[in-house]
Design a protein around this ligand. Structure first.
Ligand code: ATP
Length: 459
């Protein structure tokens, strides 16, 4: 049986991964329990508490024990969920492990679509109930049961990964999460920072986003009152445990390793051009003209429309002209919390060909990465007068340039080749500002040597 769970926590406490860890540990006496999955769903969803995470795991047991297992899960979810908080709406699905034995391809397609839509689109509870009734899944929920969306997506991810022989059909990474002893919840975390820096140095880049060197900050531990002590993310289980052993902290209550879609960029949609960098993660929309929609995340090729400007609050903005729209373009923004990434964005100039990666909210693309594909090395200026050397003035729209003093005329702007500080290649927000689901550039480099691109990882 596969179990998917979501929406049990609030900003004031709990964490769905903790609930999952407790269940996985408790249920071991009832059967063989798999490594749990932690999926990050659409990062733009307004109902999310933090990282829009949902969990799933599989238990192999007999029919009698299965009923008992379901009862334990219902009880634990009811008792541990933050039900007093308005936004907490738990959902649990129970799926027969053999669900794909009949009509395999058809069912696979349905589950695949649901999981992918949960990461990239905005779903409704009706979508979840539709799937539940179509495939006859057992479920349980509390309050408005919105968590069923995430629960179904997490269970689908496990089923698809587990059944589809190629283990890397969906890119995945690992996170080892350590949890605090209950009496310490809500108090400051005791972590020996020096040990964390050393551990990072020993295992990066097989582990990543443990620290942020640029910001001189430890980023693997939250500051919220939740049960999480820290999480070590990476591509190698060995490297993760090596890091774990090197880190000194307060005693933990328990720890759990998750297989996850974190660090994969699975949320990004590429509507205009298949982007070689993203490889299999990129999907192509039906028509190039498909409108960009809020609450969706995109990879967009375009040209910087005008030089970036810094606005109130320290955010940096510029318009990106998409291939089909040479004038209007969409606004791109590097928010203040993206820190050093803004310095890169400020170095862009009108005419640079770039690829922008980010989420669209209020018609503005919130940047997570950029690829500078071709720098504009030519600066156009009003020409200088050949006689007196003064800068010529425009003689009117499309009427060339004239020197006020000598009366000389020049039809076009002068072109000057300029030096640029910025190099071509891929840039990203630093670890302090990275979304769980965003792929760190260092992973791109490790997996495909950057696909021939120059990569500027931020660590
Ligand atoms: P945490 O990361 O701490 O576990 P969270 O950020 O995951 O918290 P949740 O409490 O799980 O936040 O709330 C997210 C809610 O949004 C859940 O009810 C989930 O079912 C729902 N949801 C997730 N993805 C989508 C989607 N694509 N469309 C609509 N609803 C979604």
């Amino acid at each position: 049986m596969i179990i998917g769970i979501d929406d049990t926590d609030s900003r004031k406490g709990m964490c769905t991964t903790y609930l999952c860890a407790v269940l996985v540990d408790d249920l071991k006496k009832y059967g063989e329990v798999s490594t749990p999955r932690l999926v990050r769903l659409n990062p733009c969803i307004p109902f999310k508490t933090r990282g829009n995470g949902a969990v799933s795991f599989e238990i192999k047991t007999n029919a009698e024990r299965e009923a008992e297992t379901k009862e334990i899960i219902r009880t634990q979810v009811s008792e541990l969920s933050e039900l007093r908080e308005e936004g907490t709406n738990p959902g649990v699905v129970f799926i027969d492990s053999n669900v794909l034995n009949e009509n395999r391809e058809e069912k696979r397609g349905i589950l695949k679509r649901f999981y992918e839509n949960a990461v990239r689109e905005v779903l409704t509870l009706e979508d979840a109930y539709g799937l539940i009734s179509e495939l006859h899944f057992d479920y349980f929920g509390l309050k408005n049961k919105r968590g069923l969306i995430g629960a179904l997506a997490a269970a689908s991810f496990l089923l698809l990964q587990r059944n589809y022989r190629k283990p890397d059909y969906y890119d995945f990474t690992y996170e080892l999460i350590a949890y605090r002893q209950k009496e310490r919840w809500g108090t400051p975390r005791v972590i020996d920072e020096t040990s964390v820096w050393k551990a990072d140095a020993a295992t990066y880049p097989l582990t990543w986003d443990t620290v942020d060197r640029g910001e001189k900050k430890i980023v693997f531990a939250p500051h919220s009152p939740c049960p999480v002590l820290f999480g070590i993310r990476g591509d190698s289980i060995d490297a993760i445990y090596k890091t774990y052993k090197l880190i000194h902290t307060e005693p933990e209550e328990r720890k759990m390793l998750f297989v996850t879609n974190q660090g994969t960029d699975f949320h990004l949609i590429t509507p205009f051009m298949a982007c070689e960098v993203m490889g299999q993660n990129a999907i192509k929309l039906e028509t190039e003209k498909e409108k960009l929609r809020d609450y969706h995340s995109y990879i967009l090729n375009g040209v910087v429309g005008s030089n970036p400007r810094t606005v109130e609050g320290g955010h940096v903005v510029f318009p990106l002209y998409l291939p089909e729209e040479t004038r209007a373009g969409i606004e791109c923004i590097a928010y203040e919390p993206t820190r050093g990434f803004r310095y890169i964005v400020r170095e862009l100039r009108a005419g640079d060909a770039i690829t922008a990666f980010g989420s669209l909210k209020k018609k503005t693309l919130n940047l997570e990465k950029i690829e500078v594909r071709k720098l504009n090395l030519v600066m156009e200026k009003n020409p200088r007068c050949e006689k007196c050397g003064r800068t010529m003035k425009s003689a009117g729209r499309l009427q060339g340039y004239r020197c006020k003093h000598c009366g000389t005329y020049h039809a076009d702007k002068a072109k000057e080749v300029i030096e640029r500080v910025l190099e071509e290649g891929l840039y990203e927000v630093p670890p302090v500002a990275r979304r769980h689901i965003s792929k760190p550039l260092i992973r791109m480099q490790m997996r495909m040597g950057g696909a021939g691109k120059k990569i500027h990882p931020s660590r």
